[in-house]
Design a protein around this ligand. Structure first.
Ligand code: FAD
Length: 279
């Protein structure tokens, strides 16, 4: 069972718990992106098992009226085995979602996977327009060129700062430089797209920038944040009429995800310690 301190960041171990979480967020006007925790499978059977679990989740979602979609990790559905297996299972999931009128997001992992992930996205979005979305990371120096390449692709782009430590040769490593690149990439997307822009950030400055640029350019956009992080802001934005989606992980592999959330910010560590000592 997931201990209460981890429940802040993880929707539960089971699909019914994940669906209950989605229902509660929907009641607050927030849509949900469900992610089955799991990554880096080098056994094709494990990658197949998670792809099947996502197919069943899409079926379960289709039986509800929930405003929810899914997000998968490339290495969870085959990229650590081969680019072909990844693309095959990614395509299968999007085709299945498309039948249900549902939507599939693909996370972005470390820089060694960027080419294979973007190639698959570009090809699948062409076959299933506006049924798929791809995460792109502004800390990578290549990203502006990638955005130029993707600008007319009929899929949604989730722009994030980037969560992976990458070498200085290919990535901005200083926070101020990452923020500057992120600002520039947000501006680029709002200037060049009239739909299909998702800003995945908790940073109040970036969220305000997106809100302002949407008014200026008339772009259809959404703000995405993680479960357990700035949830008051998520509710405020939704109440203000912004399209907000919350990324909510679930599943039995919750421990490493929880540690990652706790490690990345001092206030989350304080929250966890307070919960442990009961104050
Ligand atoms: P930061 O500069 O890190 O933070 C700005 C401010 O936001 C902070 O000062 C604080 O007020 C608040 N804040 C940020 N994080 C926290 C926190 N954990 N707890 C409390 N307050 C916080 N990265 C990838 O590499 N690949 C992905 O596929 C990917 N998908 C993502 C999907 C979503 C929906 C989101 C929101 C993020 C995703 N990320 C992904 C992570 C992303 O790259 C960043 O590492 C992460 O969002 C932190 O950056 P930030 O923009 O929130 O700003």
């Amino acid at each position: 069972m997931i201990p209460p301190i981890a429940r802040r960041f993880v929707a539960g171990e089971s699909v019914p718990e994940a669906l209950d979480h989605a229902r509660a967020r929907n009641e607050e006007g927030i849509a949900v992106i469900l992610n089955l925790l799991g990554e880096h499978y080098d056994d094709p059977a494990e990658a197949r098992a998670d792809a099947d679990a996502y197919c069943r989740l899409l079926d379960d979602l289709a039986d509800t009226d929930l405003d929810a979609c899914i997000s998968v990790k490339p290495s969870q559905i085959g990229l650590d085995v081969s680019a072909d297996l990844f693309e095959e299972q990614y395509r299968e999931l999007v085709a299945h979602a498309h039948e249900h009128g549902a939507f599939v997001w693909c996370d972005m992992e470390d820089a060694d996977t960027t080419d294979a992930t973007l190639d698959a996205f570009e090809s699948i979005a062409a076959d299933y327009p506006w049924s798929v979305g791809q995460c792109v990371q502004s800390n990578l120096k290549r990203t502006r060129e990638d955005l130029e390449r993707l600008i007319d692709v009929p899929g949604v782009i989730r722009l994030v700062k980037g969560a992976y430590d990458e070498p200085e040769s290919i990535a901005y490593t200083d926070k101020a430089d990452v923020d500057e690149a992120y600002r520039g990439d947000i501006e680029f997307l709002f200037e060049h797209r009239d739909r299909g822009v998702a800003v995945g950030s908790h940073d109040p400055e970036m969220v305000s920038l997106a809100n302002r640029l949407a008014v200026e350019h008339g772009t259809d956009y959404e703000i995405q944040m993680l479960m357990g992080v700035r949830e008051d802001a998520q509710r405020d934005l939704a109440r203000g009429g912004v399209d907000v989606k919350q990324y909510a992980p679930y599943g039995d592999k919750w421990l490493s995800y929880f540690y990652r959330r706790v490690r990345e910010r001092k206030e989350n560590l304080t929250f966890a310690l307070r919960a442990i000592v009961g104050r």
